[in-house]
Design a protein around this ligand. Structure first.
Ligand SMILES: *[C@@H]1O[C@H](CO)[C@@H](O)[C@H](O)[C@H]1NC(C)=O
Ligand SMILES: *[C@@H]1O[C@H](CO)[C@@H](O)[C@H](O)[C@H]1NC(C)=O
Length: 466
């Protein structure tokens, strides 16, 4: 009988605990992520402080969110919850003015305005959460509207695509491209614009100055003719070709902009996936990337790069879907579907002189040169054996002469993926070995001998230059 009160006490405690747990479960299960965010926000307001590594901003108004108004309390995590009532609405945040694309003054002003504004389309609808587990996708786009549409259609189908920040980096400002980007309704999107483009500087460096030396003019002739860059042919005696130089300029500018200039990515430690306008991605691309990152953390701490695409003609998903290989990074094999974090960017930044003075107009061959000659330990990567990215526009700069029919290539790709539907989203990834490609410092391809290109390239890194 003396135990009786204790038993009551115990029962009461257990009931209280049960109710507490159920209440918590109820809140967890019935709350949408945004409501949770709000609940937390109120809670933290109630206690008068935010946790150190989380900043929550929320608004009720239907105004667009200005990224500049976001205060980032720490470099580790950024959270902008969605705005309620937007999820089903079709409100478009159009920021594009109706501009005359033949007026380069106007384009230049617009490009600078947009790069500074850093508007994120669809932000109220999806919100934004960026931390070390996140993926930011950066797409370098030139002028092929049809290909960009194809890429975006493939991205639309990717599982968890709503969680990424998609950044479209343009070197051509065009109404058609802007319209295509405005149709993106499946994730937050930001457009950035390479400011030193040939579109803007069409008759002066970095575009084609009529006073420039023709590519094939001999140096002594060029000096006699007093053309502008007479003293600076490349190592093969050729003068610069602007359209080939632009891709490398754009590539390095874009990385610098993403890692150094975009406010919401200040201190961002997560992954950045690089794509191009004529790629096609599989539905499991983000899922597999997350798994690959986990493997990297566990099995290859020295790997600074993940590679999820390859050009192998035969893809065996049944056999290779979950297989991963360790390798040193090789430009010609590993330049599609590259993924890395700020860590590798910091290495590239330290090697900026090697990058900008190396006489090769290809950014990827230049990176391999850095890997061999400048980056400590070389760039090691983990690569998927079965590609998650397809190169639809194979007749780009590097595949001259091949017939290019995107329809045919897409059909082939989609057939292949449909046939292998059951092998996508593998349950586990495993490292199956080390590839044994011979490593070498590739011979420079030239095309980058002009001091103006080298200086413009270095200017990207110069924090005091405009
Ligand atoms: C081009 O755009 C600039 C800047 O907006 C404007 O001042 C100028 O009048 C425009 N020029 C023409 C020819 O429309
Ligand atoms: C950076 O740019 C400024 C202004 O154009 C220039 O004076 C300076 O020499 C540059 N710094 C480097 C390291 O090139």
């Amino acid at each position: 009988m003396r135990l009786y009160p204790r038993r009551i006490l115990r029962s009461v405690l257990m009931v209280a605990m049960f109710v507490f747990v159920m209440l918590n479960l109820h809140i967890l299960l019935t709350s949408q992520p945004d409501q949770l965010g709000r609940a937390n926000n109120r809670l933290y307001h109630g206690y008068g402080h935010y946790p150190d590594d989380v900043h929550v901003q929320f608004r009720q108004e239907t105004q667009p969110i200005d990224p500049h108004s976001i205060e980032i309390h720490s470099t580790r995590k950024l959270v902008i919850p969605p705005v309620e009532g937007f999820s089903t609405s079709s409100i478009k945040d159009s920021i594009h003015k109706n501009i005359d694309v033949n007026n380069v003054t106007f384009i230049m002003e617009e490009v600078h305005r947009l790069n500074k504004l850093q508007h994120i389309q669809n932000l109220p609808k999806f919100g934004l959460k960026l931390d070390s587990e996140s993926t930011v996708i950066v797409v370098q786009v030139h002028d092929r509207v049809e290909y960009l549409k194809i890429l975006l259609q493939s991205l639309r189908k990717v599982r968890n695509i709503q969680n990424v920040l998609l950044i479209i980096s343009h070197d051509v400002y065009s109404k058609e491209l802007n319209e295509v980007v405005e149709t993106v309704d499946f994730c937050p999107v930001m457009q950035i614009f390479f400011p030193d483009s040939q579109q803007i500087y069409f008759n002066v460096f970095p575009g084609t100055d009529p006073r420039d030396c023709p590519r094939n003019m001999k140096k002594d002739m060029a000096i006699k003719a007093k053309c502008l860059n007479a003293l600076h042919p490349d190592k093969y005696g050729h003068y610069r070709e602007p359209k080939y130089c632009q891709a490398k300029h754009h590539w390095i500018w874009k990385l610098n902009h993403v890692f150094e200039k975009i406010k919401v990515l200040d201190g961002y430690q997560g992954m950045v996936l690089l794509l191009e306008e004529d790629y096609y991605v599989t539905e499991d691309v983000l899922t597999i990337l997350q798994m690959l990152q986990n493997i990297q953390k566990r099995d290859c701490k020295d790997c600074q790069m993940l590679v999820i695409g390859n050009y192998d003609k035969v893809q065996n998903y049944q056999l290779n879907s979950g297989k991963v290989e360790k390798s040193y990074w090789i430009s010609s094999k590993h330049n599609m579907g590259m993924v890395f974090t700020r860590k590798l960017w910091d290495q590239i930044k330290k090697c900026q002189k090697e990058f900008c003075y190396h006489d090769d107009y290809n950014w990827d061959w230049t990176i391999q040169h850095l890997s061999m000659k400048c980056i400590p330990g070389r760039i090691q990567c983990l690569r998927l054996k079965a590609t998650r990215i397809f190169h639809i526009g194979e007749c780009g700069i590097h595949h001259k002469g091949k017939s290019c029919n995107p329809g045919e290539k897409i059909k082939k790709t989609e057939d292949l993926l449909l046939k292998n539907k059951n092998h996508m989203f593998p349950n586990i990834l495993s490292v199956v070995g080390q590839s044994r490609f011979k490593l070498r410092d590739p011979k420079a391809n030239g095309g980058w001998g002009d001091v103006r290109d080298q200086e413009l390239c270095l200017k990207v890194f110069n924090t005091t230059a405009s």
